[in-house]
Design a protein around this ligand. Structure first.
Ligand code: ZN
Length: 389
């Protein structure tokens, strides 16, 4: 059973620099279908058929027959794949077969080109968030971690000494039974909230989700430190003691999706607003290429389903980028490598340059290119300011 695979930089760099002049590098991204997608998007069977039809076309074209057969067999044999996506990067002629079962949303597609499609991998690697889910009522508390749709129980992390404290506090004074119960509950929530804050401060999770019975929420909320309130993504109603993993994911995932949607919309607003005011945003392939070469880019973003365009060429020697298909670099006359998907050329530039990358699933950047960047600074402005001072 696959866990959450974290790519080493070395591994990504190796995949990024792979180049096959024969145009036979195969990249497969397949499923899994999300329950929320089934109603209004491609059904898994249709996606499978689409990929299989594409493989048949490739068999009579430039791809290696054995690679095609092996991918066909893998896709045909897949039954859900434990909710993991299947990612295969293959080129038999140059001795490469990489097969991964990965957690996350990649969509489904098959590319055959001179390079591997690694932009979805890198985007997923960078944008994946860890959601801490705490389920609490007056007596119990459970802690779980949700990352890329995979749920792990972490209740043992709410240490035994805390449980002990929870059991014994309140017994020290002889107060009225009801008041004692209330005090016990409050102390219990305080202890849980303090543990959560401790985990947050140690970078153990990015966002918080609370599951409890509705009537308990005001008492729990009152104990949440401002930092926990800040990272709180949402809350759902559940009976903490009885909840199964399936129920927890079912209720928490819509909160995660909504949080992702909000974040993407905020990024798009920053980029589009910045581009309109000629400040810290650029929209469209040309603007992004220019900004990347000037080292201005903080976050590179593109729509998951970007329309076809003429692609981007990247110089194998000096890294210069140009829109469209160019044979020779106009700066150093070296060979240019062409990428049909602009984001593939751009993420290779972003690797190791401290640039974040985001593949947008919920929000869209302006057409026709549907690609943009949020900038750290604008070079011209800085020069102008420097001259003025
Ligand atoms: Zn060059």
């Amino acid at each position: 059973m696959a866990g959450i695979h974290h790519f080493e930089n070395e591994e990504l760099r190796e995949l990024a620099t792979f180049w096959s002049p024969e145009n036979d590098a195969l990249s497969l991204y397949f499923g899994p279908a999300k329950a929320s997608e089934l109603a209004h998007r491609e059904e898994p069977v249709r996606v499978k058929e689409m990929i299989q039809a594409q493989l048949r076309t490739l068999r009579s074209g430039q791809a290696d027959d054995e690679d095609v057969s092996r991918i066909e067999a893998t896709v045909a044999g897949m039954q859900g794949n434990h909710n993991f996506a299947k990612v295969i990067l293959a080129c038999r002629r140059l001795g490469v077969w990489r097969e991964y079962d990965l957690a996350g949303d990649f969509g489904s597609r098959l590319d055959c080109a001179q390079s591997f499609a690694i932009a979805p991998l890198i985007a997923q690697e960078e944008s994946r968030k860890r959601y801490s889910i705490v389920l609490a009522d007056r007596n119990t508390a459970r802690l779980l971690l949700l990352e890329a749709r995979q749920l792990t129980e972490q209740s043992e992390a709410l240490e035994e000494e805390d449980r002990e404290k929870i059991r014994t506090t309140g017994a020290r004074k002889s107060v009225h039974l009801e008041r004692k119960k209330e005090e016990q509950a409050r102390e219990h929530f305080t202890i849980v909230a303090n543990r959560l804050l401790h985990f947050r401060e140690h970078g153990d999770f990015d966002r918080l989700i609370v599951g409890c019975r509705d009537e308990m929420w005001p008492e729990i909320e009152a104990e949440l430190h401002p930092e926990l309130q800040r990272v709180l993504a949402g809350r759902f109603h559940i009976d903490p003691g009885l909840a199964t993993h399936e129920e927890i994911v079912e209720r928490a995932q819509p909160i995660v999706d909504e949080s992702d949607r909000r974040e993407e919309q905020e990024l798009v607003q920053r980029i589009v607003g910045g581009a309109l005011s000629e400040r810290l945003g650029v929209s469209g392939v040309e603007g992004v290429l220019d900004a990347i070469e000037k080292g201005e880019v903080r976050t590179l973003a593109w729509s998951a389903k970007m329309p076809e365009n003429e692609g981007v060429s990247s110089c194998a020697n000096c890294g210069h980028l140009e829109r469209g298909k160019l044979e020779r670099c106009e700066l150093c006359a070296s060979e240019m490598r062409w990428f049909a998907r602009p984001e593939e050329a751009l993420v290779r530039h972003a690797l190791g340059n401290n640039i974040e990358v985001r593949m947008l699933r919920h929000a869209k950047l302006p057409p026709p290119d549907e690609i943009g960047a949020w900038l750290r600074f604008k070079a011209e402005h800085n020069t102008a300011q420097a001259l003025a001072s």
